[in-house]
Design a protein around this ligand. Structure first.
Ligand SMILES: [Zn+2]
Ligand SMILES: [Zn+2]
Ligand SMILES: [Zn+2]
Length: 311
């Protein structure tokens, strides 16, 4: 019997209890514990279950063994191992994810994962990814955003300064420390093109902006010091704000004109520490031509003395 064995309660089983038990998928076996309880045998699995006679008469008694098998099956379908129910919230269960971590999820979600409608993201593994992203930029991820913006987290810089930063900016490195680098928006910056060789031998081009492209290439983007990579071109832009806006325009234009040149992250993430903005090598001449035009425009703006006002 599921749970502890209960003492027999020496009394006859009323015929209407036995009849009701049969209709609900059980055989009435004997009275147990006290005059309110009865032991049933599940037709489906053959296991014993004790229930209150009231439950038998008014509800459908549930067989814990069958229920457990159903849960095991549903968890397995979702690629998980069912561990136990959450005693405080019956609609939640605890599961062992494929990575080995324990996750708590609603049953409804488990069924949707099993049906292939959604995926499962392990919080522990995901946190490790975000922590590594922050470390790569010289920051420590402290926690969620104190202002509760889903896109932001709280970080601490090497200098000790704490700051809310959008996670996307931590991934791209497009932010500065409010304490030791407050001026990136106003300070001069560069739009650059870089070439990387991937492990499959193909070359790709990264287009971006940075106050210091050489340092960005060597210490942030290239995952290994002997990575085959080169800075192809860098165009000086009057301010970081303007560089950001120009760079966004360039990406939008390239993605629209050459969508097939955008390289999937899986192909470059082991070589380049960035999430996007990588193009196939054959686009290199086009990108360099855009940068030449940009350089000419910047030069004209500088000569006419409007370089700082055209942000
Ligand atoms: Zn059963
Ligand atoms: Zn995990
Ligand atoms: Zn700092």
């Amino acid at each position: 019997m599921a749970g502890e064995a209960l003492p027999i309660h020496d009394a006859d089983i009323p015929p209407q209890w036995a009849e009701r038990a049969r209709r609900k998928g059980y055989d009435a076996v004997c009275r147990v514990k006290d005059r309110y309880h009865i032991a049933l045998c599940c037709h489906r699995c053959g296991e014993m279950v004790s229930v209150k006679a009231f439950t038998l008469m008014n509800n459908r008694p549930r067989c814990p063994t069958c229920l457990g098998r159903k849960w095991d099956g549903e968890a397995q379908q979702a690629g998980l191992v069912f561990l136990r129910r959450d005693p405080r919230h019956t609609q939640y269960g605890l599961f062992r994810a494929g990575c080995g971590h324990e996750v708590r999820r609603q049953w409804e979600l488990i069924r949707r994962i099993g049906a292939g409608k959604v995926g499962l993201r392990c919080e522990t593994c995901h946190l490790a990814i975000e922590q590594a992203e922050a470390r790569a930029q010289g920051w420590t991820r402290l926690g969620t955003d104190p202002k509760n913006n889903q896109n932001y987290r709280l970080y601490r810089h090497l200098c000790g300064h704490r700051q809310r930063i959008a996670r996307a900016n931590v991934q791209s490195g497009r932010f500065g420390c409010g304490h030791c680098d407050p001026g990136w928006i106003a300070a001069p910056s560069f739009i650059y093109a870089m070439r990387f060789q991937l492990t499959d031998g193909e070359t790709v081009v990264k287009l971006g902006f940075s106050r210091n492209p050489v340092s960005r290439l060597r210490f942030q983007l290239a995952r290994s010091l002997d990575q085959d990579c080169a800075l192809l071109q860098q165009i000086r832009i009057a301010t970081g704000r303007k560089a950001l806006s120009l760079e966004k325009q360039l990406h939008a234009r390239l993605r629209k004109t050459f969508p097939e040149a955008v390289v999937a992250k899986e192909r470059f993430e082991s070589v380049i520490n960035v999430g996007s903005e990588i193009y196939e090598g054959w686009l290199e001449p086009v990108i360099l031509r855009h940068l030449d035009e940009l350089a000419a425009r910047e030069e004209r703006a500088r000569r006419s003395g409007r370089g700082r006002e055209t942000d």
